[in-house]
Design a protein around this ligand. Structure first.
Ligand SMILES: [Zn+2]
Ligand SMILES: [Zn+2]
Length: 304
């Protein structure tokens, strides 16, 4: 019982630590993301071990895990079924680690390989989905090549992956009744969890960050006295309703929503083919065989 409590409080500590670094990363200290990932991967490893302990307290030890692997091969069943067979036979796992003062424990991949066997009795679907597994693989590769961190991954990749992992973790701890992530997170870090755990909020936040980052990049690359000539508009996207439509050189309309990729908006200004003044394209008239965009003033001069 003591081990269980230690693993849990360690896992929560790592998560809070990961969030603290994440916050620093978001505030511009990019290197902090690296530590955010290290702490998060530690947390995930511990949570997976907690899951193993719900089956048998000793299953976190590699000797016991190997016994299950061997049984699975012998009986040609998956790891979870093999464990239950041993359990039914009354196998004493504790016996395998007796006398070892510091027995080695399983790694993330080994722990996950058991959890992956868990199937929902109602839907028949696996509890651990492929996305969560892929993200854990990504996290492992990142952890292994952490020295090359700055070169191989963009801050946005890292932010989004941390977000997905935290959401996956939230589901995992809930499905296996390990603990309630929401309740365990410190009050001062809760706002970070909230955003990371909510995919929409998180993606939207990314979209807004991209608006700001693109703007900063454009203005940074232009001399102060030329900055007044930059055409920088942010429109409200008609498709998703967010203020996230910004100039995009690859877009056919010249604008693209950073949240939903929509390129169309009647608010986007185009130049009048007659007088050259910019107008929202929704108010433009097109004249048959002559002009594609005619502003209201040129279209009906008497009214002005
Ligand atoms: Zn949009
Ligand atoms: Zn005009």
């Amino acid at each position: 019982m003591k081990i269980k409590i230690d693993i849990k409080s360690n896992a929560i500590d790592s998560l809070n630590e990961s969030f603290a670094k994440y916050e620093l990363g978001e505030n511009g200290e990019l290197k902090a993301f690296k530590f955010s990932i290290l702490h998060l991967s530690h947390c995930i490893e511990l949570v997976l071990k907690m899951y193993l302990q719900t089956l048998d307290e000793n299953l976190v030890f590699r000797n016991c895990f190997r016994k299950v692997t061997k049984k699975a091969k012998e009986e040609n069943v998956d790891l979870l079924a093999a464990f239950h067979l041993l359990e039914d036979e009354g196998f004493d796992f504790e016996n395998l680690i007796k006398g070892h003062s510091n027995p080695s424990t399983v790694n993330v991949t080994e722990a996950l390989s058991v959890a992956k066997c868990e199937v929902c009795t109602v839907t028949g679907g696996h509890f651990v989905d492929q996305d969560f597994e892929n993200d854990i693989d990504w996290m492992k590769s990142l952890r292994n090549s952490i020295e090359h961190f700055e070169f191989e991954f963009t801050a946005k990749d890292v932010r989004l992956c941390i977000g997905r992992l935290v959401r996956g973790l939230d589901i995992f701890t809930d499905v296996f009744s390990l603990f309630n992530l929401e309740e365990e997170i410190g009050k001062d870090k809760y706002h970070i969890f909230e955003v990371l755990a909510d995919e929409y909020e998180h993606t939207l936040r990314e979209a807004k960050l991209e608006v700001q980052e693109t703007k900063d990049a454009i203005f940074r690359g232009t001399r102060p006295k030329h900055q007044m000539f930059i055409e920088w508009n942010v429109y409200t996207c008609e498709s998703c309703g967010n203020d996230t439509m910004i100039p995009d050189s690859d877009s056919s309309t010249g604008y693209k929503c950073t949240f939903c990729d929509n390129e169309e908006s009647e608010d986007i200004e185009v130049d009048c083919d007659i007088c050259g003044c910019p107008w929202p394209n929704g108010e433009m008239t097109s004249w048959v065989d002559t002009y594609a965009y005619v502003c209201p003033r040129c279209d009906n001069p008497e009214a002005w």
